[in-house]
Write a new protein. Structure first.
Lengths: 71, 156
């Protein structure tokens, strides 16, 4: 079953965005990864504060805190 | 990351490790869109490995430079780094044939896309297959763009 024109358009836009991101210089990509990682840690810390305990990965990330030395 | 890679190079200069290369998610990030990852995987060849291979010399060297272990990684200038021995023929080949990269003036090495895919296939987790698909999609897209005639509608 073919996707609708709207779905196809959205998928194309997503692929274009991935392609643009893939073409960034490596140092820029690393900075994005650092931001993604810090965001994940903040989410994990927030989840722990709100009592969403019991997930080992969440607890692990929450304990680490934000990166002290971003490049 | 620049400072992290410099410290890893210092390990090589001190003779603690042999050739090494970035693999894992950060290696894939070199070729693809940024991939969220917690740590930096460094695959290492030990030129004259002892009978029982240990990472203690690496940890001792880095510990003297105030880099402390955290779980199964060691944090170097904010980046948890996992040192992984290149113990299989595939990993050894991947490290030896890694691409030389300049990261803001610091030389480093990244496994080739083909080796990253082969290692992902061998590891076989769901996220590894997802990464392989991302590589394939990236390759297909590059080739479809290269051969697309002007005026030809883009493939869905």
């Amino acid at each position: 079953m073919n996707p609708s024109p709207l779905t196809a358009q959205i998928l194309e836009q997503k692929r274009d965005r991935r392609q643009l991101l893939a073409q960034l210089p490596f140092p820029e990509k690393v900075r994005i990864v650092e931001k993604l990682r810090d965001a994940a840690k903040r989410i994990a810390a927030s989840a722990e504060l709100q009592g969403l305990r019991g997930h080992s990965a969440t607890n692990k990330l929450a304990k680490q805190g934000p990166s002290p030395n971003p490049s | 990351m620049k400072a992290t890679l410099s410290e890893i190079n210092a390990l090589r200069e001190a003779g603690i490790i042999g050739q090494h290369a970035i693999g894992g998610a950060m290696g894939a990030t070199f070729y693809l869109e940024p991939i969220s990852t917690y740590d930096l995987d460094i695959f290492v060849i030990f030129e004259n490995p002892p009978l029982i291979l240990t990472l203690t010399p690496i940890y001792d060297f880095l510990g003297q430079r105030a880099h402390l272990p955290e779980g199964d990684a060691i944090v170097i200038h904010g980046w948890p780094v996992q040192f992984l021995p290149a113990e299989s023929p595939l990993l050894t080949e991947a490290v030896r044939q890694a691409t030389a990269v300049d990261f803001e003036g610091v030389p480093t090495r990244v496994m080739t896309a083909e080796h990253l895919m082969a290692i992902a296939l061998q590891t076989g987790r769901a996220k590894d297959f997802s990464r392989i698909l991302a590589f394939v999609e990236s390759w297909c897209r590059r080739h479809s763009e290269a051969y697309r005639h002007p005026g030809q509608p883009r493939a869905a």
